[in-house]
Ligand binder design. Structure first.
Ligand SMILES: CSCC[C@H](NC(C)=O)C(=O)O
Ligand SMILES: [Zn+2]
Ligand SMILES: [Zn+2]
Length: 452
């Protein structure tokens, strides 16, 4: 992307100024008391008021406000288009933010880039939605929507910590049901290529601990076999062998997508916790190092692509506990699985031409805006899974391209020019989706609460 505008020009652009001001609000999820959540909602409400949008706040969990804004359309019988975004961000390590002088919450424009925590994930999208509506209103010299469908915006907290007290709680409320949604746009990822990545589904998340318990013990000077640690290590090695196959598949997959998007096609499994040992005296490192522990535990983050059935992974977990040479022994440790997060099923929206929402989005972005779309499975979990679990078509789309993926990373930034391109892109997308006539895909969805 050639940058011809100076940093001073970008600084003077009120759309970029709005993003910079929003980036300065410290909305780190989990950093209570949630004063900054309220500040973010007040800030966004101010912009909504400028645009004449009706707003309300839903607070199913105290101090975790969801801002709802509505741009009413001309036909109240039609279901609404939802533009969802989260306003919380992940923590940052100030000393690593070399581009902003050590403060991730002091946004800075430098060489056409706007730095700040949340620049990609996903405060840029929050502001792009609003600025796109402003642009449509300006072009028409009216704040009254010309489109049949309502456009609803939801700005939610806590996505970064799993969304249970954000979108997860909100979708159970009458406030959510009152939205009467037809489909939704939600977050995507920055793309390192010239295309925009668009996500029609997500990998399922399994966070589990595996415990081998009641194994043989004894003196650390002897050959004690079939122990909890040995069996757990074997389990881990089996898991890692499968992981290696998946990694090979990932590398063989070519470069159709950015790395992050290509992850959506394979299963990843990482060992994120490991513990064992018998407590002992401090001089021995706090462990009785000459006693064989009867128990060992490992924790894993597993992400399962829609192409791999969950039952297959369940069967693998069982198989990895088996170790042929100890099959007949009575002293084998018992394996216990504890799932701390377990996405129950894959929710996938149809990214094909016979889905009117996909067709309309694709035409708007590819044909009208001239940017290719690369459909993919989101590698991690977003609030999109809650919405998809209701049967809604959801497309994860952050119109940021030719940009290194810096979400959750130091010196997160967007190109100012790219941010403005995204505003123009959403102008077209909103103008394309909001007039879609009643169709078979928006009459059967009742947006009822779900237990997902
Ligand atoms: C179980 S919810 C976890 C949510 C988190 N989302 C992101 C986008 O990092 C993740 O995928 O780890
Ligand atoms: Zn995000
Ligand atoms: Zn995130």
């Amino acid at each position: 992307m050639s940058v011809t505008t100076s940093d001073a020009d970008f600084q003077a652009d009120p759309r970029i100024a709005n993003l910079a001001a929003f980036l300065a609000i410290r909305t780190v999820s989990g950093e209570g008391p949630a004063g900054s959540y309220a500040e973010a909602v007040a800030f966004l409400s101010g912009i909504c008021a400028e645009l004449g949008l009706t707003t309300s706040v839903s607070e199913p969990v105290a101090n975790k406000p969801i801002l709802i804004a509505r741009w009413p359309g001309t036909d109240p019988n039609l279901r609404a288009i939802l533009l969802n975004s989260h306003y919380d961000v992940v923590p940052a390590f100030p000393e690593k933010w070399t581009e902003t002088g050590g403060d991730p919450f002091r946004p800075l424009i430098k060489e056409g880039r706007l730095y700040g925590r949340g620049a990609q994930d996903m405060k840029s999208v929050c502001i792009q939605y609003l600025e796109a509506i402003r642009a449509i209103q300006r072009a028409r010299k009216s704040q009254v929507s010309p489109f049949p469908r309502d456009v609803v915006l939801t700005f939610v907290p806590d996505e970064e910590v799993g969304g249970a007290e954000g979108m997860g709680a909100f979708m159970q409320t009458p406030d959510f049901r009152a939205l009467r949604l037809a489909m939704a746009l939600d977050e995507g990822l920055a793309s390192e290529t010239n295309s925009f990545d668009v996500f029609y589904g997500e990998r399922a998340v399994w966070w589990l601990t595996v415990r081998a318990r009641d194994g043989p013990t004894g003196h650390g000077s002897r050959f004690v076999n079939n122990t909890a640690t040995e069996r757990l290590i074997n389990f881990i090695n089996n898991a890692f062998a499968f992981r290696a196959q998946q990694e090979e598949k990932f590398h063989a997959g070519g470069c159709k997508h950015s790395v992050a998007a290509a992850l959506g096609d394979v299963l990843t499994l990482n060992l994120t916790m490991l513990k064992s040992g018998v407590p002992g005296p401090a001089p021995m490192g706090g462990y009785a190092l000459n006693v064989i522990p009867m128990e060992a535990e490992a924790g894993f983050d597993v992400r399962i692509p829609p192409a791999i059935p969950m039952a297959e992974v369940e069967a693998l977990l069982q198989r990895w506990t088996e170790m042929e040479r100890y099959a007949e022994r009575a002293d084998s440790p018992t394996f216990e699985f504890n799932f701390h997060v377990k996405t129950p099923e894959h929710y996938v929206s149809q990214a094909s031409e016979d889905n009117v929402w996909w067709r309309t989005l694709r035409q708007s972005v590819e044909v009208d805006h001239g940017v290719p779309l690369a459909p993919a499975v989101f590698p991690a979990a977003t609030d999109g899974r809650y919405l998809r679990s209701l049967g809604l078509d959801v497309f994860g789309f952050s119109p940021i391209r030719n940009t290194p993926v810096r979400l959750h990373d130091h010196n997160e930034f967007v190109f100012c020019q790219g941010f403005l391109e995204g505003v123009a892109c959403y102008e077209g997308v909103i103008a394309a989706l909001a007039p879609v006539p009643a169709n078979e895909r928006d009459t059967h969805q009742d947006n009822a609460p779900s237990t997902a």
